[in-house]
Design a binder for this molecule. Structure first.
Ligand code: MN
Length: 429
């Protein structure tokens, strides 16, 4: 089935600001609370949010096999379970409904009133109920930088790294949408020269610039997903800020890896951009440096050219651009990650979220964490207001943005913005 929703020449009757991340060719999916306090599944064109539940009730999806309540839910999990063919039919239909030449909704004021919202009338929610969250470690530059800092510059990559998309299982309970502030975590740390650990606020709170993909029901227990089928099970992507506490991490991670340094919060952009919408932006992955085992070998372009940016905004201050990177720098692509994740028969279901791992590029301005940008505190970053940062300070806001661009064809993710509040204080009785 062709993806008519991606037609670059299509115009819409809705107003779309220049350089919008959400032209009619995007059609992402999300969940929002409406002005009437109703939760619904929706999409967005320009700065207009569209209630898909209302559109469905009004009959605009006639002919597409959907249950009556598929969009009247507080998560996208069931819709994602319907599979790629249904996602395509729905995206194609939405493109058709909002096509400049289609009068059916355009000229029906009654219908428009219940279907369309301005962005200040809605509040974005978590788009899916995340069953399981896995985080990979798939950027070679990031793994090399971290290995250089903490182990040995001559052997920065561990021996398995070029053979396995290394990953770990995270916590889904602390994944939050953009706009929800978090508190500085406390925990156990040990200074280099100290003999005993101490307890207190983390002094090294960091962001990790990542993207995450969301899967559909992919396999049963025991059944691996072949790499050439992996993309059939990927619904779409979001921007992903995998908050980290470096001092807690340094002390706790041996021998079982990330734990409390990683699971206090991860924030996502609320609109899931479908893999279908990203189709025009496919690109080559970096060439494998070691011969891969057959289950990780692939053909064709499996990476995507997505510009990624990170900004830091101090309390009452201006945004400072810290990072300019790209998703295409990932050494291991999503197909390899999913094939590897399931090669032992581990089941993956609708709403599972797979983080890419920190995305660092080849140049210092493309490093995806403060740890690397300020090189573990040795090279503080100077901000416009004259202050310096080694890590994230209380009341700083970290904003990540991402977009694909080809001439004037732009598909974007919007942003994930999260403020770091001081340590949580229990209310006094
Ligand atoms: Mn991470």
């Amino acid at each position: 089935m062709s993806i008519t929703a991606n037609d670059p020449n299509r115009k819409t009757w809705l107003e779309v600001p220049a350089n919008s991340d959400f032209p009619i060719q995007n059609i992402p999916f999300g969940v929002f609370l409406t002005r009437d306090d109703v939760i619904t599944i929706g999409t967005r064109i320009g700065d207009t949010a569209i209630d898909l539940g209302a559109l469905h009730q009004l009959g605009y999806f006639e002919g597409i096999p959907l249950t009556d309540d598929i969009f009247l839910q507080d998560t996208l999990n069931d819709f994602i379970s319907d599979g790629k063919k249904t996602w395509r039919l729905v995206r194609n239909r939405i493109a058709d409904i909002f096509d400049a030449n289609n009068a059916s909704l355009r000229d029906n004021e009654e219908h428009r009133k219940v279907v369309l919202f301005t962005l200040d009338e809605i509040e974005m929610q978590m788009p899916v109920q995340v069953g399981d969250y896995t985080d990979f470690y798939s950027s070679k530059e990031h793994a090399t930088n971290v290995g250089t800092m903490f182990r040995d510059p001559d052997n920065a990559l561990l021996p398995n790294w070029l053979h396995i998309p290394v990953g770990y299982h995270g916590r889904s309970s602390s994944i939050i949408p953009s706009g929800i502030p978090i508190h500085r975590p406390q925990g156990q740390t040990k200074a280099k020269d100290a003999t005993e650990p101490t307890f207190g606020p983390s002094q090294r709170v960091d962001f990790e610039l990542e993207m995450a993909f969301i899967t559909t029901d992919a396999n049963h227990l025991g059944e691996p997903i072949p790499i050439e089928e992996a993309e059939d099970y990927i619904f779409g992507l979001v921007l992903f800020n995998d908050w980290s506490a470096r001092d807690i991490q340094t002390w706790e991670y041996v021998p079982l890896g990330p734990f409390l340094a990683k699971n206090f919060a991860s924030s996502i952009s609320p609109w899931i951009v479908t893999l279908d919408a990203l189709e025009p932006f496919r690109t080559e992955s970096p060439k494998p440096e070691k011969k891969l085992l057959p289950y990780l070998q692939y053909e064709g372009k499996k990476s995507f050219d997505i510009n990624l940016e990170v900004f830091l905004k101090p309390e009452n201050g201006e945004e400072n651009k810290l990072v300019q990177s790209n998703f295409k720098y990932m050494y291991w692509n999503m197909s390899q990650q999913l094939a590897h994740h399931t090669v032992n028969g581990c089941p993956v279901i609708s709403g599972d979220m797979m983080g890419s791992g920190t995305i660092s590029g080849p140049t210092p301005d493309s490093y995806g964490s403060m740890l690397e940008l300020a090189w573990k505190g040795e090279k503080p970053i100077k901000l416009k207001d004259g202050s310096e940062r080694k890590f994230i300070e209380d009341n700083d806001t970290v904003i990540m943005r991402g977009y694909c661009e080809k001439g004037d064809y732009r598909i974007g993710f919007g942003e994930v913005s999260t403020k770091l509040l001081p340590v949580f204080e229990p209310k006094k009785k």
